[in-house]
Design a protein around this ligand. Structure first.
Ligand code: NDP
Length: 319
């Protein structure tokens, strides 16, 4: 809608994130909604004046006294740190960002990590450190099986990109999905079969009461010997102590980890020193103001007119 035709917006939006750029988000929001007042959570503000919140990992008690809050926008896809908080006013809708650019950025990370294993790059990295010309004939892509756990906004996009590379891709979700080129499975009963066929396992599930600790020692042992694990979802989905043991024992050949049970990963954690582990500090994908502000502005407008927001999170389901 043209800015001049926009209905007036009451109340202000509060922003909080230790990782995202406040000015970029404020400017992106005000470019779409010039009347919207935006304040940073650390600035002095009247909690009763806050109608909208745009947040990532706000500290405990952040929402206390925001009794007029009408919409919480999670500055990302994973809402596990928001759902179930005790300082939220009852019935306030929580929405997540679903942004094709965020999905593409995530798919890029997953593609890089999976192809690194499919092309045996860690083997060549180790050979280079030894100064050795160690020829190993490339595997043909369809002989490498990649299982993607979670076929949502991000998982389905990554699975398609992996399939476009000619890899054999299996997908797993809660409800049945149909994605061209992907062998889709659904439900707990099929998980062990999917795991037993994965040369590379990509974890792209939300963290919920059902998925917490899903990849325990027993399930990790279902993976074929030498399999690689890529976790870009949440650390608590995987038993990190078991993962460390199995990487040490060689049952798992390698891991690319963007997320951990505790973040930052504490200094001295054995994972830091393991040659078969690649660590990145939780940045596989981020929300981009230029592309995501539009949907947030639409939701602010919808809510200000008494309409339900889109991309609402199902708090009972946890995602
Ligand atoms: P979605 O909510 O769009 O999709 C979740 C997928 O997981 C769906 O396919 C869903 O099944 C499946 N799922 C959920 N619960 C279960 C279960 N119990 N058993 C089997 N499958 C289940 O999530 P996104 O794709 O947008 O994001 C996935 C996660 O990625 C986020 O929750 C977040 O934690 C993480 N993330 C990490 C980032 C990073 O930088 N490292 C950045 C952004 C997100 P169904 O299709 O049946 O609903």
């Amino acid at each position: 809608m043209h800015a001049a035709l926009l209905p007036p917006i009451s109340g202000a939006m509060v922003f909080y994130s230790q990782f995202d750029d406040y000015t970029a988000w404020r400017d992106a929001m005000q470019a779409r909604l010039p009347d919207l007042r935006v304040v940073h959570g650390d600035e002095a503000h009247d909690p009763a004046d806050i109608h909208y919140a745009l947040v990532w990992k706000a500290p405990p008690g952040f929402f206390d006294r925001m009794k007029n809050l009408r919409l919480i926008v999670n500055l990302g896809a994973g809402v596990d740190s928001l759902v179930g908080r005790e300082d939220l006013p009852a019935d306030v809708p929580i929405t997540r960002i679903t942004d094709p650019n965020m999905a593409r950025m995530m798919a890029g990370y997953v593609l890089f990590a999976a192809l690194r294993y499919a092309r045996d790059i860690p083997y060549f990295e180790a050979a280079q450190r030894r100064g050795e010309w160690a020829y190993r004939h490339p595997r043909s892509p369809e002989t490498v099986r990649v299982a993607v756990l979670g076929l949502g906004e991000l998982g389905a996009c990554a699975a398609r990109e992996l399939s476009r590379q000619g890899l054999t891709v299996l997908g797993w979700s809660r409800s049945p999905r149909r994605i061209e080129g992907i062998e889709c499975h659904a439900g707990m009963a099929s998980l062990d079969t999917v795991l037993s066929r994965a040369d590379i396992l990509v974890v792209m599930l939300p963290l919920t009461p059902e998925t917490h600790g899903l990849l325990d020692r027993e399930r990790l042992l279902r993976l074929p010997r030498g399999a690689a694990l890529i976790n870009v979802a949440r650390g608590a989905l995987v038993d990190q102590a078991a993962l460390t043991d199995l990487l040490r024992s060689g049952h798992l050949g390698g891991a690319t980890l963007d997320v951990f049970e505790r973040e930052p990963l504490p200094p001295g954690d054995p994972l830091w020193a393991m040659e078969n582990v690649l660590i990145t500090p939780h940045l596989a994908s981020v929300a981009i103001p230029a592309s995501a502000a539009e949907q947030i502005a639409d939701n602010v407008l919808r809510v200000s007119q008494g309409l339900p927001p889109v991309n609402r999170v199902d708090a009972a389901r946890g995602y």
